[in-house]
Design a protein around this ligand. Structure first.
Ligand code: 6PG
Length: 246
């Protein structure tokens, strides 16, 4: 695993750098392989980044029809719910760029959690069984997975001491509602076997409390850690986008 840390003073600066790198990376991959598979994260930190992708992307910097959108985790709520990670990205990005609906693979937060996880894994099997994608091996390799990090070091919905951290078979799992986090509902999450197959993983984080965690993880790559985010060690490259101010 190759990794790098990119520090910025503000979340706006960090998000602009992330957006610029997104278009550069996506265009390179589309030129090479004809499409780009992008896994979005939830939470509040990526909001500016998603808005920038919509604003800049409108200048035809990228053929959105060649980008396929997935989610790394989702709250078990309907897509129209304020707590939906999909709903947030749909409002800020997807609704503005005219991406074909068949390019959007929403995690079914409205289903029973265990059924929703199984259904999404089936969806991934279908998507990656076609054409050149099937040559990528299994678990499938996403071109880019965007992740956030919580102040307890969780990422996606992989929370500290969660059984799902030891999942070796399922690529998508359901997890119980995390204590003390809103919305207090179960979650669906990609698991580490899937996340760590990625060609590229970006963490996007802001604020002093997260900077301390990121610094600790970055300084001790591959070492056992109480932080679930430290278990993200992709086969490809890992880039930490860190903003001092939230
Ligand atoms: C979620 C996210 C989660 C998020 C972190 C950071 O469903 O909430 O996927 O993993 O990335 O909790 O959230 P903030 O960006 O809001 O701090």
């Amino acid at each position: 695993m190759r990794q790098q840390l990119r520090n910025f003073s503000t979340l706006m600066e960090c998000s602009k750098a992330c957006a610029a790198e997104f278009f550069k990376t996506a265009r390179r991959v589309i030129d090479e392989r004809g499409e780009f598979t992008f896994v979005l994260s939830g939470g509040s930190t990526p909001r500016i980044f998603y808005s920038l992708l919509a604003d800049i992307g409108r200048e035809n910097l990228i053929d959105w029809k060649r980008v396929f959108f997935f989610w790394g985790d989702e709250r078990c709520v309907p897509p129209e719910s304020p707590g939906s990670n999909f709903g947030m990205a749909a409002d800020l990005l997807l609704a503005k760029i005219g991406v074909p609906p068949e390019n959007i693979f929403r995690m079914p937060g409205e289903m029973l959690p265990e059924e929703g996880a199984a259904a999404y894994e089936k969806e991934l099997e279908r998507f990656f069984s076609h054409g050149r994608r099937s040559g990528g091996g299994w678990p499938p390799r996403f071109d880019l997975i965007l992740l956030g990090i919580g102040s307890d070091g969780h990422t996606a919905s992989l929370f500290p001491r969660g059984e799902v951290l030891h999942e070796e078979k399922r690529l998508v799992a359901d997890v119980p509602a995390p204590a003390g986090m809103d919305p207090a509902v179960p979650r669906l999450t990609m698991t580490l076997p899937l996340i760590n197959r990625a060609r590229l993983v970006w963490f996007l984080a802001a604020g002093a409390d997260k900077a301390r965690i990121v610094t600790d993880i970055f300084a001790n790559p591959g070492m056992p850690s109480k932080y679930p985010a430290a278990a993200v060690q992709p086969e490809g490259e890992l880039v930490w986008y860190m903003a001092e101010q939230g």
